[in-house]
Design a protein around this ligand. Structure first.
Ligand code: PGA
Length: 257
């Protein structure tokens, strides 16, 4: 049976107090979900990480970003060692907003991936094509480039510490359109094939999550796809009750064979 992943990136929305009450509510609501094969993870703001870690036990808390350097003259950055100091075990790298709002290139994502793995943390690499790249019919080429550069120099032994999220840029946020489940499945298939080329048989350990305007209406159809191992949810997850019911419904529809 395959493991299912459900997570949310809280972006720059919840302060410490909001994060803690949201997490406690999520933990309470999901505590009876009977499956050892569900991984629930939440990525709060940096300032809320410590309180978030201290407030829940059954939800994996991760960071939204990291510096690729351990220390130095990098004003405003957060070192992987500083995340380790808080007991953080999961870091997201390359979210669409980092790439497109803050202009992070693939090579920087690669440095961040390497930094997380060097310090024993799991890394969630986000990839996705823009609307323009989709228009030109180069979605798969874009994803392959992001994966090949993103994981450059990373050995197959590291595969068990790697997660990937496919989040097409055109699907994210208030102006986004969710990917059709069949389209997402095709892209996930291409991603898994590319991961196989990079990591060989070890790539079977890498979950590939879908993200981008996931909501209660489309979650079940998305998770039912063979190559979709989890859902990475933004807006539709920020209310604990709604995220809890989305997860419960999705589990019923998941393709877990
Ligand atoms: P959204 O965000 O679900 O609000 O579109 C997804 C994301 O940015 O990961």
């Amino acid at each position: 049976m395959k493991k299912l992943y459900f997570g949310s990136n809280l972006k720059m929305y919840k302060n410490i107090q909001d994060t803690v009450s949201y997490l406690k509510e999520m933990e309470r609501l999901t505590s009876d979900i009977e499956s050892p094969d569900i991984e629930l993870f939440i990525l709060p703001s940096f300032t809320a990480l410590k309180s978030a870690k201290d407030s829940v036990r059954n939800i994996l808390i991760g960071a939204q970003n990291v510096s690729w350097e351990d220390w130095g003259q990098f004003t405003g950055e957060i070192s992987p060692l500083m995340l380790k100091e808080l007991g953080i075990d999961l870091v997201m790298v390359g979210h669409s907003e980092r790439r497109h709002v803050f202009g992070e290139p693939d090579i920087q994502e690669n440095q961040k991936v390497a930094a997380c793995l060097k310090h024993g943390m799991k890394v969630l690499l986000c990839i996705g094509e823009t609307a323009e790249e989709k228009e030109y019919g180069i979605s798969v080429e874009t994803l392959r480039k992001q994966l090949i550069i993103g994981f450059h120099g990373i050995s197959a032994e590291m595969a068990k510490k790697i997660w990937v999220a496919y989040e097409p840029v055109w699907s994210i946020g208030v102006h986004g359109t969710p990917a059709a489940p069949a389209y997402a499945e095709t892209m996930h298939g291409a991603i898994k094939q590319c991961l196989g080329k990079i990591f060989g048989s070890a790539s079977a350990d890498i979950p590939v999550l879908y993200g981008g305007s996931v909501n209660a209406e489309n979650a079940n159809q998305l998770i039912a796809q063979k190559s979709i191992d989890g859902l990475f949810v933004g807006r539709a997850a920020w209310d604990a009750e709604k995220f809890n019911s989305l997860i419960r419904e999705a589990i019923k529809h998941a393709n877990i064979k």
